[in-house]
Design a protein around this ligand. Structure first.
Ligand code: NAD
Length: 485
């Protein structure tokens, strides 16, 4: 099979182990699809357990040297990698658009956002502190130091093929840890190109490996069973997160989990409704709705509900849906047919039980996995679509009358990742921010992600934070040294 002509000729498609592009031990490869056409883009090497073992051997061999590399040098390599990511914006964005489907403008935005984690953690690498105090009894000193955890495994989803990797690789390398990345099978190309950029930035062999595989369970299971692996950082579904936490328990391995969400987006009756509609569009439609932070349930005060719903439906209806690489595209395809069928079934079920379609409500015929931007109103409170993470371009709206009712509905989910609300009342801002059971709250804004802020969830949305000064702590252990003097 020959590669698609618009795929750059030097796109890396082999495994990346110990500083080298390698075929898999078995020689197996698997196809990577273009969700805008459903056709094959190229194939990549398919890692097996033997390849995982080679990658871990190299990560273990490189670990002590990397940990002993001066923080300033680690910082410089991360900084250079950031510069290279920015310099290669066009190639990285094109690969993301081709393998994941997002519009080119959004893909370029992800290069800037994803790259920023490398710059942020380049700055954090030289600020890893500790502390010393005199023991309260006066009997000696308490010295506290921070040390790298050791070799880490980073498992990433397909929705942000670059940023979900850099937000783990950045802090791990800054802390002095080696990393093996297992990218999502739908989107391995971007991460393989990033590994090459890291080599060009001067990262020593073995410090970063990338293992695309169709056998996630087998490859990750083998790595998790090896006591030389010190940490797992996972971003993906709660269902898979639970399996990995179970495996981590065996060696009592340090684990960070960025899992699913079911974000409420509350519009109070004192909100600036035009601003709320713009914020809703951003919170719902970033990445075509395929974001863990995507607004999943719109809770709108009944006094402003019709105005908000009509305006949102108009804006959703006007969005231009198409292949991500075409000029002017605002919404790309869903990642694959399985996701599209799942979303179609959720919408059909809601409509069958009484929801009203204000716009969209159907898959778009033709090649690729497109689904029309959709607004549903008048949902029965027991609809499955209110309880499940939609992960697509579908906004579902329910009404409320009191603040308590809105907060109770917002918190009525096992998830607790992001939450949003619009109000002009400062007292309410503080009260509702405190009352929402979520790791992140957006007030009068629909986009909250920022490499300088701690990203993470509560309840079944995860453990730990990525980004901010909190992000590097996930890759460090604390040591207490008792001194007599
Ligand atoms: P997923 O859980 O299916 O897959 C995530 C990763 O886990 C992939 O690399 C996949 O190959 C791997 N995997 C799948 N089954 C596995 C198994 N049995 N053992 C080991 N690894 C396995 O999730 P997805 O569909 O790729 O991504 C969407 C999910 O990710 C959504 O739930 C979304 O909310 C979540 N997500 C969370 C965040 C966050 O920061 N909280 C960010 C982005 C996405």
């Amino acid at each position: 099979m020959s590669d698609r002509p618009d795929l750059p000729a030097d796109t890396p498609t082999d495994l990346w182990i110990d500083g080298h592009a390698l075929p898999s031990v078995s020689g197996a490869r698997f196809d990577v699809a273009d969700p805008a056409t459903g056709g094959v883009l190229t194939s990549v090497a398919d890692a097996g357990v033997a390849d995982a073992s080679k990658a871990l051997d190299s990560a273990v061999a490189a670990q002590s040297r990397w940990a002993a590399t001066p923080p300033r040098r680690r910082s410089e390599i991360l900084y250079r990698a950031w510069e290279l990511v920015v310099e290669h914006t066009d190639e990285l964005a094109l690969l993301m658009t081709l393998e994941m489907g997002k519009p080119l403008a959004e893909a370029r935005g992800e290069v800037a956002y994803g790259g920023e984690f490398l710059r942020w953690f380049a700055e954090e690498a030289v600020r890893i502190g500790g502390r010393t105090t005199t023991a309260p009894s006066g009997n000696g000193r308490i010295l506290v130091t921070k040390e790298p955890v050791g070799p880490c495994l980073a498992v990433t989803p397909w929705n942000f093929p670059l940023a979900m990797g850099t937000r783990k690789i950045g802090p791990a390398l800054a802390a002095g840890c080696t990393v093996i990345v297992k990218p999502a099978e739908d989107t391995p190309l971007t991460m393989l190109l990033l590994a090459r950029l890291f080599r060009d930035a001067g990262l020593p062999d073995g410090v970063l490996s990338v293992l695309p595989t169709l056998d996630s369970a087998g490859v990750i299971g083998a790595l998790m069973a090896d006591s030389r692996l010190a940490k797992i950082s996972f971003t993906g579904s709660t269902q898979v997160g639970r399996i990995l936490l179970g495996q981590a328990a065996h060696h009592v391995m340090k684990a960070s989990m960025e899992l699913g969400g079911n974000a409420p987006f509350i519009v109070f009756d004192d909100a600036d409704i035009d601003a709320a509609v713009e914020g809703a569009l951003a919170a719902k439609m970033r990445n075509g709705g395929q974001a863990c932070t995507a607004a999943n349930r719109f809770l709108v005060h009944n006094a402003v509900r019709e105005r908000f719903t009509a305006a949102l439906a108009d804006r959703m209806d006007a969005l231009r849906v198409g292949a991500g690489r075409e000029d002017g595209t605002e919404v790309g395809p869903l990642i694959n047919e399985r996701q599209r069928s799942r979303i179609a079934a959720l919408v059909d079920d809601a409509v069958a039980s009484g929801a009203v379609v204000r716009t969209g409500g159907k898959a778009i015929a033709g090649d690729g996995w497109f689904y029309a931007p959709t607004v549903l109103d008048h949902l029965p409170t027991d609809s499955d679509i209110l309880a499940e993470e939609i992960f697509g371009p579908v906004a579902v709206i329910t009404g409320f009358d009191t603040e308590d009712e809105a907060v109770a509905a917002a918190n009525d989910t096992p998830y607790g990742l992001a939450a949003y609300f619009y109000t002009r009342d400062l007292d309410r801002t503080l009260r509702v921010s405190a009352a929402l059971n979520a790791g992140m709250v957006g007030v009068n804004r629909g986009i909250i992600s920022d490499p300088a802020a701690p990203f993470g969830g509560v309840k079944e949305s995860g453990l730990g934070s990525e980004g901010g000064s909190e992000g590097i702590a996930e890759y460090l252990t604390t040591k207490y040294i008792a001194l007599t003097a």
